[in-house]
Design a protein around this ligand. Structure first.
Ligand code: ZN
Length: 316
């Protein structure tokens, strides 16, 4: 089991060998080849556009977020990479710290609209532990951001817990749970969250396409919702798939901090823009967290990690 469950990895991790996938961008509808390659220790997640000669890598970083309209895009030096959030969420779920993500076009392929295909790709490549300790951002005081009536908050917690409230007045959404809370020391991200697909109202698709978004969207990569029900013949994967997808997005957006968080996230109507606002607020409030590494608790015999040492927080 490669999952961050009960026992977060203590050392940094990458993949054993390169692995490839092909898909389309959900917004661009462009075909794209995705290659994941092992990354060096302390290199983080780096995106490389193989279709742009000599393009500098774009680091997965909250400060590189350049657009949050319907998905999260990052950019650096005029090179941009779109729709990174589901892949970032999968990387958080598997505890991958260092990776080179090569793309033959601007957008990460949407695959089936969830994080599960990325989990499968990484597990097929294999995961290797690296020599350096993994660094966590341990939240020491609450940080909260808001935008109109949406709120995103992070509070201290020994582990990682995430809650989300999905607010949408629609007769179909109203049939399903709108709140989820998970403590990932007890709940499997891979089993319970990674399969949650993107979703949208059929009647909102025309508007999205008028602003050149969702051009590749279909029932193959999203849950479509009409005024009467779910359009996909296979139905939902989880009864609370809608709210879980919002949680999956938030986890991916927060992993753009470059290190996993030890804390509790709570989102109320929070989307990509507010998730990024929270990530940037965390970076700014450097008295509200510290960088820590973990070591196994030999006393309990359960291999549970304990806080080990605080490294200068300015190292982030
Ligand atoms: Zn999403």
């Amino acid at each position: 089991m490669n999952e961050v469950l009960n026992r977060p990895p203590l050392n940094q991790r990458t993949i054993r060998k390169a692995v490839h996938g092909i898909g389309i961008g959900v917004h661009s509808a462009e075909k794209v080849r995705l290659t994941l390659r092992p990354g060096d220790t302390d290199s983080g997640i780096q995106f490389i556009r193989s279709d742009i000669k000599g393009a500098a890598p774009v680091q997965a970083s909250a400060e590189n977020v350049a657009d949050t309209t319907l998905s999260t895009s990052i950019a650096n030096g005029g090179v941009s990479v779109a729709t990174v959030e589901h892949l970032m969420s999968a990387l958080w779920g598997l505890g991958i710290d260092n990776l080179v993500v090569e793309l033959s076009a601007e957008e990460v392929p949407i695959m089936d609209g969830s994080a599960a295909p990325f989990i499968d790709m990484i597990e097929s490549a294999g995961i290797v532990e690296q020599k350096l300790a993994r660094q966590f951002i341990r939240i020491t005081r609450e940080i909260s951001v808001s935008q109109e009536d949406a709120i995103a908050t992070i509070t201290p917690y020994e582990g990682f817990k995430a809650g989300y409230t999905f607010v949408a007045n629609h007769p179909v959404y109203d049939r399903y749970p709108k709140y989820v809370e998970m403590d990932f020391a007890q709940t499997s991200y891979i089993e319970r969250v990674s399969g949650a697909r993107s979703f949208g109202l059929e009647k909102e698709l025309a508007y999205a396409q008028s602003i050149q978004k969702c051009l590749g969207s279909s029932l193959e990569n999203a849950v479509g919702v009409s005024d009467d029900g779910v359009l996909n013949p296979e139905g939902l994967r989880y009864n609370d798939e809608f709210v879980k997808h919002k949680l999956l997005d938030a986890i991916g957006d927060l992993y753009l901090l470059g290190r996993p968080i030890l804390g509790a996230f709570n989102g109320y109507k929070s989307g990509h823009a507010l998730n990024n606002k929270l990530a940037r607020a965390i970076l700014r409030c450097d008295d509200a967290w510290e960088i820590v590494t973990l070591k196994a608790d030999t006393q309990s015999g359960e291999g549970m990690p304990i806080l080990h040492s605080a490294v200068a927080s300015s190292a982030l």
